[in-house]
Write a protein that binds this ligand. Sequence first.
Ligand code: NAD
Length: 515
Amino acid sequence: MALVEAVTAAPMESRRLRLSSPATLERIGEFEPATTRTVSEVIARAREAQPAWAALGVQARSRYLQRALDVLLARREAFIDQIVLETGRSRLETMFMEILPACDSLNYYSRRARKMLRDRAVGLHLLRLKRCKLVFEPLGVVGVISPWNGPFILSLNPTVQALVAGNAVIVKPSEVTPFSGRLVEALFKEAGLPPNVVQVVLGDGETGAAVVEGGVDKISFTGSVATGRKVGEACGRNLIPCTLELGGKDPMIVCSDADLDRAARGAAFGAFMNNGQFCCGTERVYVVDSVADAFTARVAEAARTLRVGRAGGDPRDEYDLGPFIAQSQIEIVERHVADAVAKGARVVVGGRRVVEAGQYFYEPTVLTNVTHEMLIMREETFGPVLPIIRCGSEADAVRLANDSTYGLSATVWSRDPEQAEAIARAMESGSVCVNDTSITYGALEVPFGGRKNSGIGYVNGEAGLLGYCHAKPILFDRLGLKSEWVWYPYTGEKLRALGRTVDVMFGRPLRWLLS
Ligand code: NAD
């Protein structure tokens, strides 16, 4: 049974999608996907609303974000209820993966955006008779397309950045978690934002494609590599910028001097958090031979203690792993584990569904005797499975970790900060955490983005925020001085004078003056 299924097979104009809880399989809602026509109307309304929003200025826009933070704090429990209903994950996980970073995003950008978006005077090294001011203008209307595995925060965080920069935003959340995504619209509405500055359209891939093709000025996409390619192609065709935050296959390197207790607990948390449905989840472990047995024993022990359960199933709501979001996810995990076992992997812990909890629950699983020929090491698994490979040395571990088409984030575990930094630098990865799971998405000061197939561009940090702007240099004459000497008419005399000037300016004695 699919958790989101078509109620009718009719053409798009009259389609309805029905939603079921991944935990209980009960019906939890129905909605009509927005059609191409609806999406066009929504974009037109956003375009109308955007100039006035931009004209408010960054300080006034930031005040709205502060109000939205007040609303979020006041409505926190209701928001968690909705997210838990659609994802089945625990309230604690929802609090730290959704609510806390959402509060931080609203607070951080509303306090820092003014500085990041300020006009800048830029000294020009060649055009010294000019004065340059660099200003940052909003792009216009931004489309945010988000996945189901962080349905609120991954819709909200790009929206906050686009908004504070002066854009209007259309959010298209995943069809699997549409109402968690729609909380973004409710939040800003309650915070009193002008109408149509933030709108959420519900729908599946067709609605997403309609947003991309509908005349927006940028797409901020978070999702799988396969969809990211389609979105990137469509943005290329429409000549609009996009950021693509895509899938990962994050490696973890455990050095011979690692604190094994912490590394093992970190491996379990990194791999099993959100039932493994985390873009920066630990999907591959490379452990140096001398500590491999001790590390694996500790990870296995940590995995055995975890409780699989579901919201409502446990009156204290105390469980560690919730359900998969969809049938397709559990099928990927089962296919990867079966392929690994067929090729010689050993299941140390787990490896089967937990039918007592429900249809979509799976045991936290640890595999050894793993090789790079197995799907479990090549493709994104997105489930609670931790495959472990033994390596002869740290250098071997780095080589294997880099042998991947993905490059989202990575972790290194060592007591020696110099060694850890050298390994971090050598890893082909968007970011690296030392002695911790991948938490870079929560470091709003720095850009977050993938390398290789894991994405293009950044969210977060100044680089992420400025990605929602056009950087426009404005050049003025300085001190009323004017330079026209290469203007028409062209003459031989001018050519010779220019040649002499180029020789002097870029000759060895003086070129340093131009740097
Ligand atoms: P997905 O690619 O299936 O869907 C993502 C979104 O794209 C959904 O809203 C979907 O409706 C929409 N969509 C589908 N087809 C489209 C099209 N042709 N045009 C426009 N939009 C379209 O991804 P998913 O299964 O929802 O999410 C899981 C994936 O997201 C994993 O691969 C995970 O690693 C990745 N992810 C990446 C990050 C990151 O920051 N890099 C964060 C979270 C999740």
